[in-house]
Design a protein around this ligand. Sequence first.
Ligand SMILES: Cc1cc2nc3c(=O)[nH]c(=O)nc-3n(C[C@H](O)[C@H](O)[C@H](O)COP(=O)(O)OP(=O)(O)OC[C@H]3O[C@@H](n4cnc5c(N)ncnc54)[C@H](O)[C@@H]3O)c2cc1C
Length: 464
Amino acid sequence: MKSVAIIGGGITGLTAGFCLQRSGVPVTVYEASERVGGAIRTVRDGGYLAEFGPNTILETSPKITALVRDAGLESRRLDPEPAASARFVVRYRRPIEMPGSPLGFFTTPLFTLSGKLAVLREPFVRARRDGVEESIADFVRRRLNREFLDHAIDALVAGIYAGDPEKLSVQQAFPKLAALEEKYGSMIKGQIFGAKERKQRGEVAKDRAPKFSFDEGLQVLPDTLRERLGESVRLNAPVTKLTQTPDGWSVEFRQNGRPQQAHHGAVLLAAPTFKLAELEIAAQRPLSLAEFGQIRYPPVASVVLGFRREDVAHPCAGFGMLIPKIEGFKILGTIFSSSLFPNRAPAGHLTLTSYVGGERYPELASKSPEELYDITCADLRVLLGVKGAPTFRHHYFWPRAIPQYNLGYGRYRALMTDIETRTPGLFFAGHYRDGISLGDSIVSGINVADRIEPFIASNVSSRA
Ligand SMILES: Cc1cc2nc3c(=O)[nH]c(=O)nc-3n(C[C@H](O)[C@H](O)[C@H](O)COP(=O)(O)OP(=O)(O)OC[C@H]3O[C@@H](n4cnc5c(N)ncnc54)[C@H](O)[C@@H]3O)c2cc1C
């Protein structure tokens, strides 16, 4: 049977490789760096555990549960503390708990009376079904009101995409929201009536999906998949060129600085698009991935700070706080990491993970570590009543963090589908195609393996 070249040892590539190998399809995962995991990056230092990339996996699909089981990781799975379900949004320069029930919504100080009335009115706002693409900001202003955009959605968008609501496409970045209007005429009606259909499909809405991690952080997942894949993973092996041959693809890569070559039946492109755009490709039909280099990934710095419990006035009992731009702070938001998972800090201490930069303040992300700690501590002093110096501090700079599914992003997705159709044996999957979350990337890896397997099976040959 021919083998599959997987470019990128992030969660998408590793998941796809693991699934293919379990189905008996030989794979090689080429990873440019010296480690697996890509955007997943966990550091254990003393009693602290820092997550510089994602902090949790949202279990939106039974496929994610199955992957954890198949990887043998059920016993290492860590569910959050039940008390950590509360989420806060900053308004009036303080964190306010988000309401968890309809009654709570009508009594919360998070929204004014006019904001609350906008929600009551939403089911009666005429649905727009003209197929014209709209930003999430325009969508929210049209269906709710400006207050909802400025005080809720802006913060949510910063928390998920580190993005700009005026630029993100509702159809591309929040397709389920757009689909609710299309199908039910209203987000609120869709939430109510769509619940039954989601249950039938075994899916869970993102706002209700359980979150989890592992005893030693999310890095456990890529590290375990790498172990299961064994010799099939090549580290320090950036792929530089792909050449289509009559029966597959010749893959050129560097290993220990030396150029090397291998032959495979199919190629999965699971690296970020700005890296795919650099690949040299010689295909039977002219083909270039250069256009994908235009996809914007704004810079983000993750700042992880530890404090003595008594030095933080706020109880931090919850998942974390989202911060709308209008509130005037520099950080985008903070995860109360050790409230979620107590083993992320030594006894009597807290770990707080904050994010700086994104589309809101891209210039701040690349500041020096000292400046980033100062920026973060200054905001945490006001918001959480933090005093004293941090007992632990670490940061990580992502020059290109998260792809922005901005207005017009559909043309990149259409181009991927077009290339896959015209160029048999080339597959696209991962955060740039099927949703930016970790859970989406895992499902994307599983689904692409399901597409690659029959392709390889139907092209059995003695080579590669
Ligand atoms: C700061 C931050 C916070 C996040 N927070 C969350 C969160 O809280 N929840 C959530 O669900 N998601 C979150 N995400 C998103 C999620 O982590 C990613 O979308 C997901 O991990 C992407 O996985 P991937 O495998 O598709 O890509 P990546 O993780 O980017 O992996 C791609 C891999 O390809 C490799 N590569 C690049 N070029 C080449 C080449 N030429 N040859 C070989 N290999 C190459 C790279 O080194 C990398 O290892 C966050 C992301 C970031 C950056």
